[in-house]
Design a protein around this ligand. Structure first.
Ligand SMILES: *Cc1c(COP(=O)(O)O)cnc(C)c1O
Length: 221
């Protein structure tokens, strides 16, 4: 029972060792984890949770509704899911198409704007979601007309590889792009990169929002 507390403590100590712990938002990725485990993290003070699958997330939100939590949607978005995502999350990290952005904007009417990140396909793999970097600025400027979306940042999942050179090139390109975009779009203040196996490297390259799952909750069921 102690392990989730210990895992969160270790994570925070690692961030502290970088002297950046207070600037970094930890999104605890609870996909395929039980509400019991989520409750343990809540008891240790964690309030921000990331989920990939809408139906699974809605069930957990219902069970945990007595707690004051911030839910982040971090999975691929199908258009028929936009309405429920807009209504039940405060952040969406995986915006990569105008059509999806518009649907979420429309469904968010009458509520405070939803925080969004544009997902970049930094590894340029065909199977991966995200905009290609050359289309990023175009999409970001198109989003300006959507008053129910608050463009807060950029999100990416770098290659899953042991090729350190390739990985570093991707992280460098991300941090460079992040500073360009921050200068151009004043609402951007988050770089959402870094998972269990690469969050230290991500932070080193300017990430200030990390999405950590298995390092907190253990292997997924
Ligand atoms: C699952 C997932 C994570 C967390 O991955 P871990 O390796 O368990 O830390 C982070 N981001 C996204 C988009 C995910 O799908």
């Amino acid at each position: 029972m102690l392990s989730i507390k210990n895992n969160l403590e270790t994570l925070k100590q690692n961030l502290m060792s970088l002297n950046k712990d207070s600037d970094i938002t930890i999104v605890a990725v609870s996909k395929q984890q039980t509400t019991d485990k989520i409750l343990q993290a809540i008891n240790y003070g964690q309030k921000i949770f990331g989920e990939n699958y809408l139906q699974e997330a809605l069930k957990k939100q219902e069970v945990l509704k007595a707690h004051d939590l911030e839910w982040h949607f971090i999975g691929p978005i199908q258009s028929n899911k936009c309405k429920l995502i807009a209504e039940n999350f405060s952040w969406v990290h995986t915006i990569d198409r105008l059509k999806i952005a518009k649907r979420i904007n429309d469904a968010r009417r009458g509520m405070p704007p939803i925080n969004i990140c544009i997902q970049i396909n930094i590894s340029r793999e065909k199977t991966k979601s995200g905009v290609l970097i050359e289309n990023l600025d175009n999409l970001a400027s198109e989003l300006k007309e959507f008053s129910n979306l608050n463009l807060r940042g950029l999100m990416a999942i770098p290659s899953n590889t042991f090729d350190e050179e390739k990985l570093t090139a991707e992280f460098d390109l991300l941090s460079e792009t992040y500073s360009l975009m921050r200068n151009k779009y004043i609402t951007i203040d988050k770089l959402s990169v870094g998972m269990s196996n690469d969050y230290m490297k991500a932070i080193h390259h300017g990430a200030n929002m990390i999405r950590v799952g298995s390092n907190i909750f253990g292997v997924r069921e």
